[in-house]
Design a protein around this ligand. Structure first.
Ligand SMILES: *Cc1c(COP(=O)(O)O)cnc(C)c1O
Length: 228
């Protein structure tokens, strides 16, 4: 086995173990491999190993890799990084799901970017679990208004809630708050049951707290090449 294949298998084993200890089925979980900063060839290798969900955090990189790998069937591209409003159109064209929808202005820009015949775009409402407004995610107080704006956008489908655990806090405590925020979102959109949470170092805690979509990079890909 290549080291990529063995890291992938090991992470999947750990995900299954985390699911079992939380009395959940691994089948409820979507493991997204975060491939940011890696070349498109790595995504192709992952695809050959059966990976179908990949995550990117920058629009240009997402757009370029998607175009380069156009021939690979069944790949789903998840946009997971902060999206500038002026990039909404490009993100809408390149992503199958956007996890980082965190303000009404972005909701409106994604809605305006819809073209006739577009399938509804799956989006998550991202909530900021830190006190730093620069970190991405809506302030918890703004979450209902954000969810309502998404629900009233016909070209968007609110699928759930997303967050990144703060570095300075135990992830289990942060994911407990996230679960409460996700319940607030479900009170507005009962079908928005997904929770996107959990990275290489905290996915087990995320699974224990109800995460359905895990965004795992380095534990599978190895260290990322440095950014440009
Ligand atoms: C990079 C990134 C990840 C993956 O992080 P790892 O620590 O490499 O697993 C997950 N979520 C977001 C939003 C990211 O930007």
């Amino acid at each position: 086995m290549t080291s990529l294949a063995s890291r992938l298998a090991e992470v999947d084993e750990r995900i299954a173990a985390a699911a079992r200890s939380a009395d959940r089925s691994p089948a409820e979980l979507t493991r997204i491999v975060v491939t940011k900063f890696h070349p498109a060839s790595l995504v192709a290798e992952l695809h050959a190993l059966g990976v179908r969900d990949v995550g990117e955090n920058r629009q240009q990189e997402l757009t370029a890799k998607r175009a380069e790998l156009d021939g690979l069937s069944g790949l789903r591209w998840h946009a997971i990084g902060q999206v500038q409003t002026k990039k909404a159109r490009a993100v809408r064209r390149a992503a199958d799901a956007v996890h980082s929808v965190d303000r009404v202005r972005l909701v409106d820009a994604l809605e305006r970017a819809a073209e006739p015949g577009d399938a509804p775009l799956d989006v998550f409402a991202q909530v900021n679990l830190t006190d730093d407004p620069g970190r991405g995610g809506a302030a918890p107080a703004d979450l209902e208004a954000l969810a309502e704006a998404i629900v009233s956008s016909p070209s968007l489908r609110l699928v759930g809630t997303m967050a990144v655990a703060p570095l300075e806090e135990h992830p289990a405590a942060a994911f407990e708050r996230l679960a409460a925020h996700a319940a607030r979102v479900r009170s507005i959109a009962p079908d928005a049951a997904a929770i996107s949470a959990g990275m290489s170092h905290d996915f087990a805690e995320a699974v224990a707290a109800g995460a359905t979509h895990l965004r795992i990079g380095t534990a599978i890909t190895g260290q990322r090449p440095s950014r440009d």
